[in-house]
Ligand binder design. Structure first.
Ligand SMILES: [Zn+2]
Length: 453
């Protein structure tokens, strides 16, 4: 390979370390002609124009590099694609770890009051800045994000994401009943507001709009119908919502939509169950719903820390996989208790253990990277080191803490190393986060951070 004959004149940068990424689902090795996990102990990742240019053995590639290429030495550390968080609420940054409620009380007592503050665009901007820096500090480079129903909350989020060059999904929350009057929109205005925001943000830079009915219980039938219309009118726009998180919620939805065969049927009736649609939680789905998820190509989003914290139940990854339903893993902050995908994978393992189901470290890191990208319909953009993909990646430090370092020293296989990383690692293990090949640093905030507590 000769790197000097590249057409682009922008400089190549190189990162040397232990490269880990996936070319396929480790549970489906037969679908991949090479092992699904790609692992190069002393590897080189080349980046040009913000894209992955090449990967391989450092010993093979270093002699071929053109003169003057800057090689950043991460030896002793793991380089892998940035984490993908399939479901997170940025306005709930300030209610994370609020004590002692189950879902419906938690929404009323903590979430809705916190979200009301996002009527103030300056407040929204300040929280968006903190939130994105916190994601990057934890190694998360893409997320499917819920704002509030306020248009300004979407503008604030996308503007902050665009300043950081991030690939992010977000869209105004739709909520026209069963919520406080100060947090209620109405069906027709929510349609118009969403269409305006799609026009403004969808496809701009790396940003993707997602039509976001909060959940069936907080939308009228007219609002859900218009959500489906938005999706029909704007190809490429995503859909995200919640489903089957909690038994009381499911009973309530049945009361509100007595004609429905099951919870998923409510969304299906209005055209919201479609390829790439993101359904958060999927804990208590019946057989018919699993079958419909599979036939539609919709994604189940697994939020383990939130499901444990709110006592909602145990997601069944084995079932999802068996049914052929794509899965993303997510923090679901602020019902979730950590911004860290490592902490989230840790809890996903325990959820599987409680259900006597298998979930190993290869499953975990696949879902947090390439699997998550695939579930979000972004496998051709992010999630692996395939040539030409956007170069969002992280550097993980096996020596981040004394106990991690001590245990890592005895690890013999990649699988063991990754398991230790997800069970003992957290934000401290993320030594660096790179967005489009550049180290992510906190940009100058446009608004002073003084209003933060
Ligand atoms: Zn949620």
């Amino acid at each position: 390979m000769n790197f000097s004959d590249h057409i682009s004149t922008t400089p190549i940068t190189a990162h040397r370390g232990e490269l880990v990424d996936f070319c396929g689902d480790p549970r489906d090795p037969g679908l991949c002609h090479i092992p699904p996990v790609r692992h190069t102990e002393d590897g080189l990742l080349l980046v040009q124009d913000g894209k992955v240019k090449a990967t391989g053995l450092a010993a093979d590639m270093l002699p071929l590099l053109p003169a003057g290429v800057n090689v950043t030495d991460h030896r002793g550390r793991i380089i892998m694609p940035g984490f993908i968080d399939g479901h997170i609420h940025y306005p709930q940054t300030d209610v994370i770890a609020s004590h002692g409620k189950r879902l419906l009380d938690w929404l009323n007592d903590y979430t809705f009051p916190a979200e009301a503050a996002f009527a103030d665009a300056d407040h929204a901007s300040r929280v968006a800045e903190f939130f994105l820096d916190e994601l990057l500090r934890n190694g998360t480079t893409t997320a499917a994000v819920y704002p509030t129903l306020h248009k300004g909350s979407v503008d604030a989020f996308f503007a902050a994401a665009e300043r950081r060059g991030l690939r992010m999904l977000c869209g105004k929350v739709l909520m026209d009943r069963n919520c406080p009057a100060f947090l209620r929109d109405e069906a027709e205005s929510s349609y118009a507001d969403s269409a305006e925001l799609i026009e403004r943000w969808h496809g701009r830079d790396r940003l993707i709009y997602a039509v976001t009915p909060r959940f069936a219980a907080t939308s009228t039938e007219r609002q859900l119908e218009l959500a489906g219309k938005l999706l029909d009118e704007h190809p490429g726009v995503r859909m995200q919502t919640h489903i089957a998180e909690n038994l009381e919620e499911i009973a309530w939805v049945k009361e509100l939509f007595p004609w429905s065969r099951n919870y998923l049927d409510v969304y299906d009736h209005f055209g919201l169950v479609r390829p790439g649609a993101l359904f958060g939680h999927c804990i208590h789905l019946d057989d018919a719903s699993w079958a419909r998820m599979a036939s539609s190509g919709a994604t189940a989003v697994h939020c383990p820390t939130s499901n444990l914290f709110l006592g909602s139940g145990l997601f069944d990854y084995e079932r999802a996989h068996r049914e052929g339903v794509p899965v993303a893993v997510a923090t679901d902050v602020g019902g979730g208790t950590s911004f860290s995908m490592l902490r989230t994978l840790h809890e996903a393992y325990k959820v599987a253990q409680m259900g006597r189901r298998a979930f190993d470290s290869l499953d975990a890191f696949y879902l947090a990277t390439r699997g998550g990208a695939k579930a979000l319909g972004l496998e051709k953009q992010i999630g692996s080191f395939d040539i030409g993909l956007e170069a969002d990646f992280i550097v993980l430090d096996p020596d981040a803490t004394p106990i991690l370092s001590r245990r890592m020293a005895a690890a013999k296989t990649l699988k063991e190393k990754l398991f230790l990383m997800m069970m003992l690692g957290d934000d401290r293990a993320v030594a660096g986060t790179y967005v489009l090949g550049k180290k992510a640093t906190k940009p100058q905030s446009v608004i002073p951070d003084t209003a933060q507590r």
